[in-house]
Design a protein around this ligand. Structure first.
Ligand SMILES: C[S@@+](CC[C@H](N)C(=O)[O-])C[C@H]1O[C@@H](n2cnc3c(N)ncnc32)[C@H](O)[C@@H]1O
Length: 317
């Protein structure tokens, strides 16, 4: 799903009259830091130009990933969500995604970096209704407690920045603040998937119920070679392509995620984890199911065939 045009235009407005070279350099620095400096508790985006370039280069993709996750959540959760706490809100991508899908009345964006918050407030302010429902608070997840609660508590692309020694404490703080749902989205890398697995174990032990993506709450059957991740395609703007020095007009954002409910809930019986393979006789699906990892050959006579022809990687079966 594409970041709505009003926000895209607001982001691009920040770069009017600017030269491409310093944007390229800043974009490179950000990419480099996110490759080499994660899990150290470092402040990775610590000036206003980096915050602007983050919004340009990353927000459409993180928005797309969170939007997908929330859509998958809604398949198995039909309760009302009217309040949100977005932890490590950055420039507001996850809040914007949640606002597209839920009828939110009260939104709290928690962020420790004043430059991210400044740019986030600027972008979100393009939507008057969203602006009027939103409160931004300076907050450090490693050292502070969350003082409010909300129906939905979320963190997208935040936990891989934390020093690993804070993960358990941080996730339990968020869990305690969640009245209904907790959503964590991480990059779709082996590290992101490992963090999601750790969070999964902590919250199962703490009495949470998985909504998605897992079809069960047993031990995760993925090994390190098969890290659990999904993907969403988003378009690249002309400015993005200039800054990145690429021509391909889209990118595939890979993400890992987990969604927990405070109450017992239904979940899928199987989740498609690779792109389907079609032949004349059947559809071959790699799935994670209640039996673990399985290959399903679904033939034309099978009652699941019609659905199997339509599913994509990441869909429930
Ligand atoms: C990669 S950005 C993600 C921003 C946004 N959630 C998104 O999906 O686009 C990570 C954000 O988490 C914030 N962050 C990292 N560690 C934090 C902490 N301990 N407390 C609060 N925010 C934190 C960073 O300042 C940054 O804004």
């Amino acid at each position: 799903m594409e970041l709505p045009l009003i926000y895209k235009a607001k982001i691009e407005s920040m770069f009017e009259g600017m030269k491409i070279a310093p944007l390229k350099e800043t974009s490179f620095e950000i990419t480099d830091d996110y490759k080499n400096e994660v899990q150290k508790g470092k402040h990775l985006i610590d000036d206003i130009l980096k915050a602007k370039v983050y919004a340009l280069m990353r927000m459409p993709a993180t928005f797309g990933a969170v939007y997908d996750v929330l859509l998958k959540t809604k398949e198995f959760y039909d309760g009302e969500i009217s309040s949100l706490i977005d932890v490590g809100a950055g420039t507001g991508a996850a809040t914007i995604a949640a606002n597209e899908l839920f009828n939110l009345k009260e939104i709290t964006l928690l962020e420790r970096q004043k430059e991210m918050r400044e740019i986030g407030e600027f972008i979100v302010s393009e939507n008057e209704a969203l602006k009027s429902q939103s409160t931004w608070d300076m907050f450090d997840l490693s050292t502070e407690n969350i003082q409010k609660s909300a129906d939905l508590v979320m963190a997208s692309y935040v936990f891989n920045e934390l020093d690993p020694k804070y993960i358990k404490e941080a996730i339990l703080k968020m869990w305690n603040a969640a009245n209904k749902l907790l959503v964590i989205v991480e990059p779709g890398t082996p590290l992101g998937s490992k963090i999601i697995q750790e969070i999964r174990s902590i919250l199962i032990t703490d009495g949470g119920y998985i909504v998605a993506p897992c079809p069960h709450m047993d031990k995760c059957p993925m090994n390190e070679k098969d890290w659990c991740h999904f993907s969403t395609r988003v378009s690249r703007s002309k400015l993005y392509k200039q800054v990145k020095g690429v021509e391909v007009p889209y990118e595939d954002e890979k993400y890992s995620y987990i969604v927990f409910n405070k109450n017992e809930c239904s979940r899928c019986s199987a989740r498609v984890i690779r792109h389907p393979y079609y032949s004349k006789a059947n559809v071959r699906l790699e799935v994670c199911s209640r039996n673990g990892l399985e290959t399903l050959d679904i033939r034309k006579k099978d009652e699941r065939y019609k659905k199997a022809r339509k599913v994509n990687a990441g869909d429930s079966l």
